[in-house]
Design a protein around this ligand. Structure first.
Ligand SMILES: NC(=O)c1ccc[n+]([C@@H]2O[C@H](COP(=O)([O-])OP(=O)(O)OC[C@H]3O[C@@H](n4cnc5c(N)ncnc54)[C@H](O)[C@@H]3O)[C@@H](O)[C@H]2O)c1
Ligand SMILES: [Zn+2]
Length: 404
């Protein structure tokens, strides 16, 4: 036997027991699959799209437990009744019924609802080959996803995003979280959803306010990825505002594909680097949301945050003023706010920069844009220029009538 220590080689004595453990850095890859589907009537004629996602194991039927956003139950009760019947009658699964989770940020505010989910998972003996079916907005998907990710170190989750924002962005995300210590998303995990189904029919029951919210994330990702899509969205901002189905569907579809592409091909799905490009405009948004006691929706806070970072980008990083104003007008035309009086608390808002850095550790890295399709990562922000940017955003928003 060769006694020299070689990389990736354990040393064995004659009796095949390890003699010593050399220091090793062993890289390994784990293949993940996200099954993205779409439908128009998942809750009735397109139910097969969901049914096809359940995989049988060892000839036993997989257990399925559903968690439904209370907003979906309240505003689409007939859809909930219908899918409950379809799941009950499906011969592909062992359906264990549905539970409701509070809609919106209430779903993420404490551990109590997570405990309730774990109790139900345990009661129904869900295992790693069972499915938790989460139907709801981004907040409900976050809390159900968090509970499912921790139980048994991960129960398969199928998400049916029920808001424009969750269809355009978070549904295909690999993160879940609840709020803690008064901070957004402080508790959470990375976990890859088994499947995601964007059902366009479910969006019909959204209020205009919640309907418009998703398009701030679409504008965000178009600004990062594609000048053409950015212009296209600006040209159709009023169609989005009026909920034109074809245009809205196209915007959501393109947005989710950009997000999916970034997660699966961007090289850093679990955010081990310091840059988080998909969080463009989010450092102030994540501060504004708790500051408003979550009165301001995530999508609204992102609209304000993107508008602010466009102004800062134009002052410091060469973003043409025309593009900057076009982006802000686009948000306003889509029916989104671009300012809120709480933004005047500049000292508190600017603390969001340190919280943003601290969330990941390492050096501060904020993604800004030089031009549509050309993001840059910067490691320092001038507080003076950011304060000026907030003032400028307030004036501009008053002119546009887009201040909350
Ligand atoms: N994990 C991620 O990667 C990620 C990414 C982006 C956003 N998020 C999180 O998502 C949350 C925001 O999600 P959101 O914008 O989808 O809003 P939301 O989940 O807060 O829901 C907004 C409201 O819409 C209601 N609702 C949901 N679906 C409905 C429907 N079909 N009909 C009628 N009402 C309905 C809800 O009950 C709630 O009252 C934030 O907590 C944000 O942090 C997570
Ligand atoms: Zn977001």
């Amino acid at each position: 036997m060769n006694n020299s220590i070689q990389d990736n080689t354990l040393l064995f004595c004659d009796d095949n027991h390890p003699k010593s453990l050399p220091s090793k850095n062993v890289n390994f890859n784990v293949p993940f699959t996200i099954r993205l589907r779409s439908s128009q009537n998942l809750f009735s004629s397109d139910f097969g799209v969901l049914e096809d996602l359940f995989e049988r194991s060892n000839e036993t039927l997989p257990k399925v437990q559903a968690w439904i956003d209370s907003g979906v139950l309240k505003f689409s009760p007939e859809k909930v009744e219908s899918i409950d019947n379809l799941l009950t009658n499906s011969s592909s699964i062992d359906y264990r019924g549905f539970h409701t989770t509070p809609g919106g940020e209430n779903s993420k505010m404490n551990n109590q609802i997570i405990e309730e989910m774990w109790t139900s998972f345990n009661y129904d003996d869900l295992d790693r080959r069972s499915y938790v079916l989460a139907i709801g907005g981004g907040a409900a998907l976050d809390s159900v996803g968090y509970a499912a990710a921790l139980a048994h170190r991960g129960i398969r989750i199928i998400r049916v995003p029920a808001t424009t924002l969750s269809q355009a962005d978070s549904g295909v995300g690999v993160k879940n979280a609840i709020n803690h210590f008064g901070k957004k998303n402080w508790l959470g995990s990375f976990s890859v959803p088994w499947g995601v189904i964007n059902d366009y029919g479910i969006l019909e029951s959204l209020s205009d306010r919640d309907f418009h919210c998703g398009f701030s994330e679409a504008l965000k990702v178009f600004l990062l990825k594609s000048p053409e899509k950015f212009s296209w969205l600006c040209a159709h901002a009023f169609d989005i505002n009026k909920r034109n189905p074809a245009i809205c569907k196209e915007a959501i579809t393109q947005s989710v594909l950009f997000h999916l592409d970034h997660i699966t091909k961007g090289g850093d799905p679990f955010e081990s680097e310091t840059a988080r490009p998909l969080d463009f405009g989010h450092w102030s948004a994540h501060k504004l949301e708790p500051l408003s006691k979550y009165e301001i929706r995530h999508g609204e806070a992102v609209a304000i945050g993107v508008a602010l970072d466009c102004i800062y980008s134009s002052k410091v990083h060469g973003l043409a003023t025309d593009y900057c104003h076009k982006a802000i007008k686009c948000l306003a035309d889509m029916g989104l706010p671009t300012f809120h009086p709480l933004m005047r608390n500049t000292d508190v808002i600017l603390m969001g920069l340190e919280e943003f850095r601290q969330h990941l550790g390492g050096i501060l890295t904020v993604t800004l844009i030089e031009s549509p399709g050309h993001p840059i990562n910067v490691h320092s922000i001038s507080q003076k220029i950011m304060r000026d940017s907030i003032n400028e955003l307030e004036s501009l928003s008053q002119e546009l009538g887009s201040s909350l």
